[in-house]
Design a binder for this molecule. Structure first.
Ligand SMILES: Cc1cc2nc3c(=O)[nH]c(=O)nc-3n(C[C@H](O)[C@H](O)[C@H](O)COP(=O)(O)OP(=O)(O)OC[C@H]3O[C@@H](n4cnc5c(N)ncnc54)[C@H](O)[C@@H]3O)c2cc1C
Length: 377
């Protein structure tokens, strides 16, 4: 695989930027084709557990992510009234803390700045119009009429991946019945770590993003019709929060006022069976394993994909062997996260209907899955 010198990555999200940096660092000439003419990453946050930080550390970016984000320890699990009953989360890995909360925009900026520094070339506002995926190389026609030839193409274009449909066939993400509502706030002094509050039919998280900011997520079951009109976002989000008497939640409800700042998203899942490659095209990230955020691991998986790929590209294996080794190291780990996240989502929906199977311990299910993710990749 050391014969791979010129790479096209389709998609400039977390998977695309991290693989761009990782491959540029091992000496590849890298181009990223991003469909949007300018990045427009929303300002609510993302949870980076220790294994995601470990992958960022391999790119040399963990310290910057922690400096511009907010490292924190175990998550305090509380009743809707604010009574803490346990703590959950992952253990630190060496000097890396259990979690880092960070604004998605800041994380994107950190990775974009590093990609530019590493010489990655960005083709903004274009995507692939045609891919000739040969045995010896990939020839690409772009939507702006230009062409390019590459040793390999990495599809990192997210859950609705065009590369996937062009190379692997038709797969469609499945709605899980749950939605997430997010909103960013000023951070109160008493928020010293991540918090989760368990309600009767929803759950709420408060996650530090910077020294001065935090974001809230609310997970709700939206049944068969999850679409919500913009003018309903603020009143519906506030209504979901009414049962939460915990002061930290109560104090911010009135600040929810701008529908444009309510980041509402029905949760979809997709897992593509092996192999995630054909000839000279490999897919990574949400394009092949889009999970729901119950374990906060989706971005971590995309980052790990990039680290493993860069490591394998440095070996003397032929491409087929290298891509197969990628599958050997990634398939089960990614599948476990998608499966357990879906299981947790289904269990909490049963719980909210009063039908939780007796003896179910969601905390133990989470703990086992997250513990496994701390193992080396
Ligand atoms: C509500 C929610 C909360 C989440 N919270 C967390 C969390 O706390 N922690 C965590 O680790 N993960 C979380 N995730 C998951 C995480 O956001 C994703 O796993 C991660 O963003 C995947 O990165 P990606 O690069 O594969 O895809 P994306 O982030 O979707 O990036 C894809 C990129 O490709 C571009 N693109 C799309 N189509 C094309 C095309 N045809 N041509 C060129 N470019 C294209 C897009 O514009 C985008 O820039 C969450 C997900 C959701 C839905």
């Amino acid at each position: 695989m050391s014969s791979v010198k010129k790479v096209l990555i389709v998609g400039g999200g977390i998977g695309g930027l991290s693989s761009g940096i990782a491959l540029a660092k091992i000496g590849c000439s890298v181009e990223i084709a991003e469909i949007h003419a300018a990045f427009n990453v929303y300002g609510v946050g993302i949870i980076q557990p220790a294994n995601a930080l470990r992958a960022l550390d391999a790119l040399g970016l963990a310290d910057e992510a922690m400096r511009r984000g907010s490292p924190y320890g175990m998550v305090k699990m509380c009743s809707s009234g604010g009574h803490m009953f346990t703590e959950v989360g992952v253990p630190p890995i060496g000097r890396l803390p259990s979690h880092n909360g960070i604004s998605r925009k800041i994380l994107h900026d950190i990775m974009y700045e590093e990609a530019v520094k590493q010489g990655v070339f960005f083709r903004m506002g274009v995507t692939v119009a045609a891919i000739d995926n040969g045995v010896d190389g990939v020839a690409v026609q772009f939507t702006d009429g230009s062409n390019g030839s590459y040793d390999i193409l990495i599809g990192a274009d997210g859950v609705n991946s065009k590369v996937r449909s062009m190379v692997l066939g038709n797969y469609k993400a499945k709605y899980t019945g749950e939605s997430v509502w997010r909103y960013a706030f000023k951070r109160p002094a008493e928020l010293e770590t991540g918090y989760m509050f368990m309600g009767r039919k929803t759950k709420v998280g408060l996650i530090p993003m910077t020294a001065d900011t935090m974001y809230m997520f609310v997970v709700s079951a939206e049944g068969e019709s999850p679409a919500i009109a913009e003018n309903e976002l603020v009143p519906k989000m506030k209504a979901l929060l009414q049962e939460y008497r915990a002061p930290m939640v109560q104090h911010v409800i009135e600040e929810i006022s701008d529908p444009k700042k309510v980041i509402y998203r029905p949760l979809e899942v997709l897992f593509v069976p092996a192999p995630w490659y054909k000839n000279r095209v490999l897919l990574i990230g949400d394009a092949v394993h889009a999970t729901i955020p119950q374990l906060g691991q989706g971005a971590g998986l995309a980052l790990e994909d990039s680290i493993v790929l860069a490591e394998l590209l440095q070996s003397d294996d032929d491409l087929e062997t290298g891509f197969q080794k990628f599958m050997d190291r990634r398939l089960e780990r990614c599948k476990m996260i998608v499966d357990v996240s879906v299981q947790i989502g289904e269990l909490e929906q049963l719980d909210w209907k009063g039908q939780m199977p007796e003896g179910t311990n969601i905390g133990a299910i989470m703990g086992r899955a997250l513990g496994a993710m701390m193992q080396p990749i």
